[in-house]
Write a protein that binds this ligand. Structure first.
Ligand code: IPM
Ligand code: MN
Length: 353
């Protein structure tokens, strides 16, 4: 295949992990004789500083014309404690999702055998955890009507039937490809929007007779995820609930630096780590590049290039087994490798296969 990839390094540790994602992409393309072209574009705080817009039109054009976007992270503390800031880096990410029509965010929660001890949960609880959270990404409170003055503020959690149907369809289809168990997470005991989700899920379920569909309130799901994560196979939920639950899910595996995600829908798909820009670590060569590298595996798998994805996963596992690890996941007393060293080790491993 001839890949045209838009690379958006963004802020904080983004640029460092981005380099390693590209390194690994190159190694795999080399091995499997794919050609690849990269176009770099600015976003987030970096783009605000340069052109005053966190997702400039030119960046959109580059993404729009690419086969896939390799995204790293956005966010900068100078905006976090300033509630009056007119533009924020995060708006760039939201604009990208909306403009590319990326309504489905796929976030796998997997554990790595060699890292089970790092999980804040007991090993026997996490060892069989393997589920996917499908988060609706372009609707709900994030995008609904907003209002804010000094004394009152609101966000509107609106969902339409077509928005709900298309994301539930993704959920049912993933369940069909996996262990055929779908959990629809909502708050139907309180929220009207959730009741519509549940109603539509109940209408659709008979079309997927092989799938066991259950319904769970979000507060209960948050608890179940740490009590019995192995219960879940595919979880589907609205934007806000999915944002919160996937951060919870990400630590089950031991480090937030491990989980990749794919955002798909109508336009160019985006592959990105689930973690943020970790500004405190910027430039220190300590950030874990694995989530970014595994995002590249998801990219290949999206194009049905399974072997390419597998070789990346194999290389990542090998790096863990050989203790070539960044400080966040290194064993006590083990050598702490940098972002660059881990990425290069993995690319090298792929070259040698
Ligand atoms: C995520 C992030 C974003 C979100 C922020 C940065 C807008 O937390 O991808 O989960 O809330 O969607
Ligand atoms: Mn989040």
């Amino acid at each position: 295949m001839n890949f045209n990839i838009a690379v958006l390094p963004g802020d904080g540790i983004g640029p460092e992990i981005s380099v390693q994602g590209v390194n690994v992409m190159n190694a795999v393309c080399n091995k499997f004789s794919h050609s690849v072209n990269y176009k770099y574009a600015i976003c987030g705080a970096d783009a605000i500083d340069k052109v005053g817009d966190p997702f400039p039109e030119e960046t959109f054009e580059i993404c729009n014309e690419a086969d896939a976007v390799l995204f790293s992270a956005v966010g900068d503390p100078k905006f976090d404690n300033n509630p009056t800031a007119k533009v924020r880096p995060e708006q760039g990410l939201l604009a990208m999702r909306k403009k590319l029509g990326l309504f489905a965010n796929i976030r796998p929660v997997e554990t790595f055998k060699s890292l089970l001890y790092k999980s804040p949960l007991k090993e026997e609880i996490v060892k069989d955890a393997d589920f996917i959270c499908i988060r609706e990404l372009t609707g709900g409170m994030y995008f609904g009507e907003k209002y804010q003055d000094n004394d009152k503020a609101y966000d509107t959690n609106m969902y339409t039937r077509p928005e709900i149907e298309r994301i539930l369809k993704v959920g049912f289809e993933y369940a069909m490809k996996r262990r055929k168990h779908l959990t629809v997470v909502d708050k139907a005991n309180v929220l009207a929007s959730s009741r519509l989700w549940r109603q539509i899920a109940q209408e659709m379920a008979p079309s997927y007779p092989e799938v066991t569909t259950d319904y769970m309130y979000v507060d209960n799901a948050a608890m179940r995820m740490i009590q019995e994560p192995a219960f879940f196979d595919v979880m589907v939920t609205e934007n806000t609930f999915g944002d919160i639950l996937t951060d919870e899910g990400s630590v089950i595996s031991g480090s937030m630096g491990l989980l990749p995600s794919a955002s798909t829908g109508e336009g160019t798909p985006v592959f990105e780590p689930i973690h943020g820009s970790w500004p405190q670590a910027k430039g220190l060569n300590i950030a874990n590049p694995l989530a970014q590298i595994l995002s590249v595996a998801m990219l290949f798998e999206y194009f049905n290039l399974k072997e390419e994805g597998t070789i990346i996963r194999k290389a990542v596992n090998a790096s863990l087994d050989e203790n070539v690890r960044t400080p966040d996941i290194q064993v006590e007393g083990g050598k702490k490798y940098g972002t660059k060293e881990v990425g290069e080790w993995i690319a090298d491993y792929i070259n040698k296969q």
